[in-house]
Design a protein around this ligand. Structure first.
Ligand code: ACO
Length: 329
């Protein structure tokens, strides 16, 4: 029988904009406090892209760093998949703009929008392109400028999100991050719990939609909170089972950095001590699709990912979407 291709990570990179915005700065413009934000979310500060930086600018730097880390030239890349819900423009895809800047002239390029679950979806799609023999090197980039989607007058959402980008180069027989199993899902009954209702073809931008602030992120925080706690545990357990593993086999959980309390509750459900959970939400807040690759890179740079470890990536977001994958480091 033909052995399935082992697809993993040949290189990783990320980029965080220079500007650090602390919770204190929100105190000056909104009825909120550093104490409220820290105690409810775990966030202390976030990075905010410069006005002239678009999502593609963040993604290009992360992508270039991943290629350098792998020792691979941009011209060798067969496909670029960009996970983003804050694209530079409606079209072309942000991936096309990144392809141009990287000089990855031989790469097919497209975007994938699963909001905060985008990296999970893109990672799995990219890995399957390689497993199916349709591509050799796939650059998966998650790039988000969520600061451009926030209503800066809405304290219930403005304090939660930040900007950033992370990237991985996937290849066959890579030294780490071999994808063992995954699960992806969507529960569209929750669409209106997290969305940007205006600015698309359903409600094209008009003076009225702008006056109603419909082009900003709207969220039912409590519903998303309950969903997050439930789905992190359920999807990691399912992905582990698909890999023929159980919760006690897990060495490290790298969850979407949406809320520290969500992560703590989910870890408890998985009987996992917090020492085995990667957390960096205090510095970057929720960078949507970029949150997982940034956390994964920091876990490796911090020496927390060792060869042979069983690692779970898990994310959830608007849609409502979710995804978990099990990697062997
Ligand atoms: N500062 C001070 N008070 C606030 C703030 C703030 N920044 N935001 C909300 N409040 C107030 C509310 O108005 C409310 O006041 P009220 O009781 O007078 O009405 C009170 O705090 C409690 O509000 P809750 O919504 O019950 O607060 P909660 O403890 O649920 O925390 C939070 C809110 C942090 C948003 C939480 O619900 C959460 O994290 N939800 C999940 C968010 C998430 O995971 N998003 C990820 C997806 S993002 C994506 O996919 C794009």
């Amino acid at each position: 029988m033909k052995r399935a291709k082992r697809v993993g990570i040949a290189g990783m990179g990320c980029y965080l904009p220079e500007r650090v915005m602390t919770n204190k700065e929100f105190e000056e413009r909104l009825d909120t406090s550093d104490q409220w934000i820290r105690s409810r979310t775990g966030i202390r500060e976030r990075r905010i892209a410069a006005p002239e930086q678009a999502a593609s600018d963040l993604g290009v730097i992360a992508g270039r760093r991943a290629l350098e880390n792998a020792g691979v030239a941009a011209s060798e890349v067969d496909m670029i998949i960009v996970a983003t819900s804050s694209p530079d423009m409606v079209f072309p895809a942000t991936a096309c703009l990144i392809q141009h800047s990287l000089g990855a002239a031989n790469a097919a390029a497209c975007d994938l929008n699963a909001v905060c679950t985008g990296f999970q979806y893109a990672y799995v799609v990219g890995a399957q392109m390689i497993a199916a023999g349709q591509a050799g090197k796939v650059l998966v980039i998650a790039a988000e400028k969520f600061s451009s989607l926030l209503d800066w007058e809405d304290r219930s959402t403005a304090v939660l999100m930040g900007d950033g980008a992370g990237a991985v180069l996937l290849t066959e027989d890579a030294p780490r991050g071999e994808l063992l199993a995954c699960t992806l899902g969507t529960d569209s009954s929750g669409i209106e719990n997290l969305w940007i209702p205006g600015g698309g073809s359903a409600r094209p931008t008009t003076h009225e939609t702008v006056d109603q602030r419909l082009h900003y992120m709207k969220m039912n925080g409590q519903e998303i909170y309950k969903f997050g706690v439930r789905i992190i545990g359920a999807s990691v357990t399912e992905a582990l089972a698909r890999a023929g593993l159980k919760e006690s086999d897990l060495d490290m959980l790298i969850p979407h950095q949406a809320n520290l309390r969500i992560i703590q509750s989910a870890a408890k459900r998985l009987n996992l001590s917090m020492e085995k959970v990667m957390i960096n939400i205090e510095r970057y807040s929720n960078t949507s699709a970029a949150s997982l690759p940034i956390a994964m890179l920091e876990a490796e740079q911090g020496g927390r990912l060792q060869p042979g470890m069983i690692v779970a990536l898990v994310a959830f977001g608007a849609g409502l979407t979710w995804g978990a994958s099990i990697l062997r480091w």
